[in-house]
Ligand binder design. Structure first.
Ligand code: COA
Length: 387
């Protein structure tokens, strides 16, 4: 039986994302839990948190498995039940999806979500090509494909179909780096120019280093409640949350110039929340590579098919535009610590709809959307949060 409860996020915390953290993975978990407990306006007794979900992609990075009981210990509630969830880059939003459904079903009153990844323990070649690449289709893995290579296929298909140029994709990187300057939690707080993007090294034509999200160390945490008003006067309510899947391999898809499951998840989430893209004030989306952000605009209904780049040229999606996207800096410049990524995106929109995002606060943001995906869009979760 699904109860008529309003589930909301009542606390959020994030470590600063960085390239080479001095902290061990377990220290990152502990710090995030301490931070998120302190972030709840009216406070929360750890004994009221019955469910703990740890979002983490690979022990190949942080040298840590079975992190659930560790998180329970750091939380200080030995009766809580815990497990780790792995769903590639969408592990964080998957953790929220599970917590939301536990709470809706009355199986817990409050849940802690903590996401972490310490990617710098590996040289970038093995971090990206050996460990991350395992989240692709088996035939792509056997062929030695990297995610840069797979997104390059998507970019090529899109360029052929719609005439997109490399300088159009570069605008995504320029915008997101500019946004990251306002975000003290971001890995790269540095403006870049189109020329810098275009002259950066190719990692998989037509994508270059500056079209890519980086390898990042980071952790973030949320507390989600079925009784949010007990803990804060201003929760961020989960108005819609939906998961959808596409074929896991890029080569299996009829149209490689789209990310179909994003549209399916977004349409469901909009329906649940009773809104359309036009009503959303702030978006955090999964710009793992610049081409992804352009396709995402279209899948979310912000632009027609083939017209995504026009939103960049018309400044609609810039910080001062009508529909700002990735004001945190996005994966591109804020960073992409896989297991923490979705949790951090949700934290950002939580702060935005509560008016707590400091210099990067979007004026009058009441309703925000997080689009987080894994693989090349094989698993997608779209979440809509509102004051
Ligand atoms: N964006 C901007 N700057 C970046 C960057 C990025 N993505 N990656 C690295 N840099 C910077 C570094 O800070 C460094 O600057 P410095 O010389 O001023 O210190 C410089 O570029 C070189 O860094 P380095 O760590 O040697 O880069 P690299 O060549 O080892 O790795 C990539 C660069 C792009 C190959 C790597 O970040 C990568 O594989 N990214 C994709 C990760 C991925 O696939 N994620 C999953 C998506 S689904």
């Amino acid at each position: 039986m699904v109860l008529r409860v309003s589930v909301g996020i009542i606390g959020a915390y994030s470590l600063k994302y960085e390239s080479r953290s001095q902290l061990e993975a377990w220290d990152m978990i502990r710090e995030s839990i301490k931070g998120v407990l302190n972030s709840v306006d009216k406070g929360i007794d750890p004994r009221d948190i019955e469910l703990v979900i740890v979002s983490n992609f690979s022990d190949g990075y942080g040298n840590l498995l079975h992190s659930g009981p560790l998180a329970v210990d750091y939380l200080g509630n030995p009766s809580a039940k815990a497990f780790r969830v792995e769903n590639a880059c969408v592990s964080g939003s998957t953790a929220l999806y599970i917590a939301y459904n536990f709470l809706k079903a009355g199986l817990a009153r409050n849940a802690l979500i903590v996401g972490f990844e310490k990617m710098s323990t590996q040289p970038s070649g093995s971090a990206a090509n050996e460990i991350l690449a395992k989240a692709a289709h088996p035939l792509e893995i056997v062929a030695g494909a990297s995610f840069a290579g797979l997104y390059a296929l998507i970019a090529k298909a899109y360029m052929d179909k719609y005439g997109l140029k490399e300088e159009d994709m570069a605008l995504v990187a320029v915008k997101n780096h500019e946004n990251a300057v306002r975000n003290p939690l971001a890995q790269f707080r540095r403006k870049i120019t189109i020329e810098e993007v275009l002259s950066s090294q190719y990692v998989a034509w037509p994508l270059k280093l500056m079209d890519s999200s980086p390898l990042t160390d980071g952790a973030a945490a949320l507390i989600v409640s079925a009784e949010p008003k007990m803990y804060t006067d201003t929760p961020a309510y989960i108005k819609g949350i939906s998961m959808a899947h596409d074929k896991p391999g890029v080569f299996q898809r009829e149209d490689m110039a789209m990310l179909r499951a994003i549209k399916e998840a977004a349409d469901n989430a909009y329906r649940q929340a009773g809104v359309t893209a036009r009503n959303i004030n702030v978006f955090e989306v999964h710009d793992a590579f610049t081409i992804a952000e352009i396709v995402i605009y279209e899948m979310l209904g912000l632009a027609e098919r083939g017209k995504g780049a026009s939103l960049l040229k018309e400044r609609t999606v810039w910080f001062d535009g009508s529909h700002p996207v990735n004001v945190s800096g996005g994966l591109k410049a804020k960073g992409h610590p896989i297991g923490a990524t979705g949790v951090g995106m949700l934290a950002e929109v939580f702060w935005q709809v509560r008016g707590e995002a400091g210099e990067r606060q979007v004026k009058d943001a009441e309703i925000g959307l997080v689009e987080n995906h894994g693989g090349t869009g094989a698993t997608v979760v779209v979440t809509i949060l509102s004051r």
